[in-house]
Design a protein around this ligand. Sequence first.
Ligand code: HSE
Length: 327
Amino acid sequence: MSKLEQHSIRVFAPATVANVACGFDSLGFAINMPGDIVEMSLHEHSGVRIRDITGDNGRLPREAENNTAGVSVLALLEHIGSQQGLEIVLHKRMPLGSGLGSSAASSVAALYAANLLLGEPLEKAELLPFAMKAEERACGSPHADNVAPGLLGGFVLIRSYDPLDVIQVDYPENLYCTILHPHIELRTEDSRRILRKHIKLKDAVIQWSNLAGLIAGLAKSDYDLISRSLNDIIFEPVRSLLIPGFDRVKASAIASGALGCSISGSGPSVFALSTTEVKAGEVGDAMQNSFAELQLDSDIFVSPVNSIGPRVLAPDEDPTPNRMYQQ
Ligand code: HSE
């Protein structure tokens, strides 16, 4: 069946780690798991309808104009002037308010599915502004450091927002991410509100030098340089106050051999990078053990960097753990 003859499709879009320590709103990467699944079908009536959402415990808006999956697809339809009706079933397979790009995974999966069903009127990268619109609806800020890597895969640098200039950054083949997801929730909007609006010049110099070092380290596969550069001296000291046990979790990740460790996106998840999958697993055990000492529960995800972003699923394929998060 050709793409144009298809009436329904299932798409998976991955979780993402935004900021990557020193790249606030500028750098992010995608991981293989967790992520969201969108089922989308053509519908006879124009507009976008959300038929069902699973895995959110009834917490996400069902109206398309208030839901990131719906907002992004409505913006796409308007942009291309299409009256095509689309129906969405969204399967949330990742926690809300986790710092793993939950809203971004929904909008990226929905946009990718819609673009395919509509016969690919746009290139994948051209879908980015619609996903950013959904981010703005979700948390008041059109930041792209979740949606860009979610859509394009790999590490993505947003060099400029106006005009939008998005760069895919080379990275080492052997790079594994460990995520500790504490069972607490932080709204991105809230964790942006607490940030200082002005920073000292000497801090800015350290931060942008680290970001440049991180990009260079990734591109040259220089693990020592990556490790030296994975520092956030501006945002982590403020946001980590909202994450119980952050300092001990980070210390345990570094002590067990991680290249570096910081807050994933706006938190509360914490990420670490390692050079092997085995090491990433050991780092995860250490992080989870030190977090458990506080009598707090968490999940651990270990994943290589996801190089492709969203993908079409076979009819019965489910790349996510079959579990419900306590949303
Ligand atoms: N760059 C954004 C922030 C990512 O840190 O607020 C949110 O996931």
